[in-house]
Design a protein around this ligand. Structure first.
Ligand code: SF4
Ligand code: SF4
Length: 345
């Protein structure tokens, strides 16, 4: 991976483990940022209110701070997320709003509207032209055309498919329609680690195409001929008993992620900023239930004007060796090299 020097386009404020220090670090970042929004603008804060049962998510106090900051400038903020493939607590809008409330990402607490970016039924979507080798077009939530600008607010942590997850992933998977999420995930299939499996049957229940089955008193089996690679069995297994096998080169998933993010960024870049929270840095994504292993102490907040720069800075601050060690088989640096190849930097 190319060495990224922390520069004037990256604002990094360290924090200690105290809550006051974390809030102060965020305030320092936003105080120093060039603001591309004007009084009266409507600004969407893209964040992730996480899957039910996840114990490592960012508390909503930071989003509340960003809302208050935008309002102090006469801007009208709202927060949003999109529906997901998994049949957990965010598969449709009504379930997702309940999950948001459970995690205190509510209108009352945040003091702004809480929206679903692809509509109540996941069908409010638009096609964006992409023109890349995997995707000619990408499909995203219609919210992309319903705000004057965006704050991409992301939690930096490890990820089973991308090594790490932060603003690139928040823009890519986070804006993507369910169909686009499926197109990106289509190469990931499950493989069972029997030692960890407790035969609970959850993977069978969540499979949308009946590719998973569990004969009585036996371990589950997966018909890979039927499997559409949605990865929801992998995401919903509380025991982490399913690992991914890739149908194609694992680098392709990284490239698809980048292509989708690049197509979205092309539309929103003029009036968007990026904030990464380097707190609760654990091994796995907020879309997985459970309490994941801490892989780094809290570091602070990064502000930036580009998601690739923000994520590269985050990896540099946390340490690329930690990401490598946590997700040995994932060629995550391909995200940065491919972003450079397609001019997304
Ligand atoms: S969800 Fe996980 S633990 Fe439960 S049966 Fe499936 S693989 Fe085993
Ligand atoms: S078996 Fe395949 S289709 Fe079924 S949930 Fe798992 S990844 Fe999705």
């Amino acid at each position: 991976m190319r060495q990224i020097v922390l520069n004037k386009n990256i604002i990094f404020k360290k924090c200690t483990s105290s809550q006051n220090s974390k809030i102060e670090a965020l305030r320092s970042v936003i105080r120093e940022m060039r603001v591309p929004f004007g009084r009266g603008d409507t600004v969407g804060i893209k964040l992730h209110w996480v899957e039910r049962g996840n114990k490592n998510y960012l508390p909503p106090i930071y989003a509340k701070e960003i809302v208050a900051w935008l309002k102090s400038m006469g801007i009208k903020p709202f927060v949003f997320d999109t529906t997901v493939l998994y049949s957990g607590g965010r598969r449709d809008a009504s379930q997702s709003i309940i999950t948001a409330r459970q995690h205190k990402y509510s209108e009352e607490y945040l003091d702004c509207p809480v929206k679903i970016g692809d509509g109540a039924d996941g069908k409010e979507v638009v096609d964006l032209s992409a023109g890349y080798k995997h995707f000619t077009n990408v499909q995203v939530g219609a919210i992309i055309h319903q705000a004057d600008g965006f704050v991409i607010f992301s939690h930096f942590k490890g990820h089973m498919e991308t090594g790490f997850g932060a603003s690139i992933k928040n823009i890519s998977m986070g804006f993507a329609s369910r169909a686009q999420k499926q197109r990106m995930h289509a190469d990931a299939k499950p493989s069972l680690k029997k030692k960890k499996c407790i035969m609970c049957g959850e993977c069978v229940r969540v499979c949308p195409v009946s590719a998973a089955s569990m004969p009585e008193d036996e371990y589950p089996i997966y018909d890979l001929g039927k499997c559409v690679g949605c990865a929801q069995c992998i995401a919903m297994c509380h025991e982490m008993a399913l690992k991914i096998i890739w149908d194609t080169d694992v680098e392709i998933f990284q490239e698809k992620l980048i292509e989708t993010a690049a197509a979205v960024w092309r539309i929103i870049q003029k009036k968007s900023i990026v904030i990464n929270a380097l707190l609760n840095i654990v091994s796995d994504c907020d879309c997985l239930p459970g309490n994941h292993k801490v892989i780094s102490p809290d570091k602070g907040f990064i502000g930036s004007y580009h998601p690739v720069s923000a994520d590269a800075a985050a990896v540099e601050i946390v340490g690329s060796g930690i990401i490598d060690k946590t997700h040995r088989d994932i060629p995550w640096p391909r995200q940065f090299s491919y972003a450079r190849e397609i001019g997304f930097e």
